[in-house]
Design a protein around this ligand. Sequence first.
Ligand SMILES: NC(=O)C1=CN([C@@H]2O[C@H](COP(=O)(O)OP(=O)(O)OC[C@H]3O[C@@H](n4cnc5c(N)ncnc54)[C@H](OP(=O)(O)O)[C@@H]3O)[C@@H](O)[C@H]2O)C=CC1
Ligand SMILES: N[C@@H](CC=O)C(=O)O
Length: 334
Amino acid sequence: MTVIKAALLGFGTVGQGVYEAIQTHSEQLKKLLGASVSVEAVLVKDITKERPGVPRELLTDNFNDILSIPDLQIVFEAIVGVEPALGYLKQSIAKGCHIVTANKVLFAQHGNSLQQEASRKGVTVGFEATTAGGAPVIRTIKELLRVNKISRIEGILNGTSNYILTLMREENYTFEAALKLSQEKGYAEADPENDVEGYDALNKLLILSELAFGEKPDLSVSGVEGITRITLEDIQKAKKAGQRYRHLVSAEMTEHGVAASIKPVLLSEDHPLYSVDGVLNAVAITASLAGTVTIKGAGAGKLPTASAMIEDAAALSGKLQTVQPLSARSLFAG
Ligand SMILES: NC(=O)C1=CN([C@@H]2O[C@H](COP(=O)(O)OP(=O)(O)OC[C@H]3O[C@@H](n4cnc5c(N)ncnc54)[C@H](OP(=O)(O)O)[C@@H]3O)[C@@H](O)[C@H]2O)C=CC1
Ligand SMILES: N[C@@H](CC=O)C(=O)O
């Protein structure tokens, strides 16, 4: 039996989901990739934490242990913020590994340069999980762009905000209680201010805009607004009037560049995003031939996000070397 060697950077909500999905979907991956995916090491920050379900000898807090794995093919990255993740991904590319990341903060700033470095080394960068969780928005835009020109993108890109707004409307939750529940469910960022003040949606819009239009919008005039100014009273008043608050992002190609907006908006029943409740995200892409294509799916959470990362790995079919299983599990044990 041969294997494809992978390493995991981060073992929080998303990292655990990727590890679990590789075990539970091993047969599908084997059929697609021609060999089993073997997780050879898991990088964490705090090596002393209890990690049920993962063999102790796979854990390390030293990135050099990852770099020293022979024939490593895929590095899944699910840690938080730009550094040290960016340095780790650059070193992984230099080692000849394909990388798959969920880290939108990093990717919004450094996605282009990472992709250029990867292409020079003949490897790929999967970033489906950076935007809209399990909903395949990146893949859809790439497919559309093969022939279409994209003129506009509009959507709900933060699962936490949509979940909070839904709980406040449907179950009279306070903002604080709804945020706490979204943290418990693993939807919110390590610093949830990124979610509720609109910065997470901003990073995702920057990623989509760069992909769809080849440039990022300038938001210095319109600014970025989250959901924190909306009160329970506002939401209940809107409900009585048959309206719903949504945190909406949009980006449109104009003759002066990309015009964008990120703010809460009141929608009526006739709007296509009116019914997108809970942790769902939805993105409507307007394309020259296809018209408007709308993708909807879980925008955050362990398994939907892992699904996006595993799909990126599955897309490497035909590009991966398989090797005999190793002794790697004992590489850095002790
Ligand atoms: N949660 C979600 O639904 C989604 C999250 N994302 C993105 O995925 C990434 C991970 O998110 P999530 O799993 O929720 O985050 P968590 O906070 O749950 O987990 C982060 C993991 O990264 C590890 N880590 C943090 N800093 C370092 C470091 N310097 N060196 C090594 N390991 C480190 C932590 O280690 P330790 O366990 O030791 O603390 C932890 O295992 C983020 O970039 C996030 O924006 C993307 C889509 C959806
Ligand atoms: N915190 C993010 C997680 C997914 O990207 C969100 O709530 O959308």
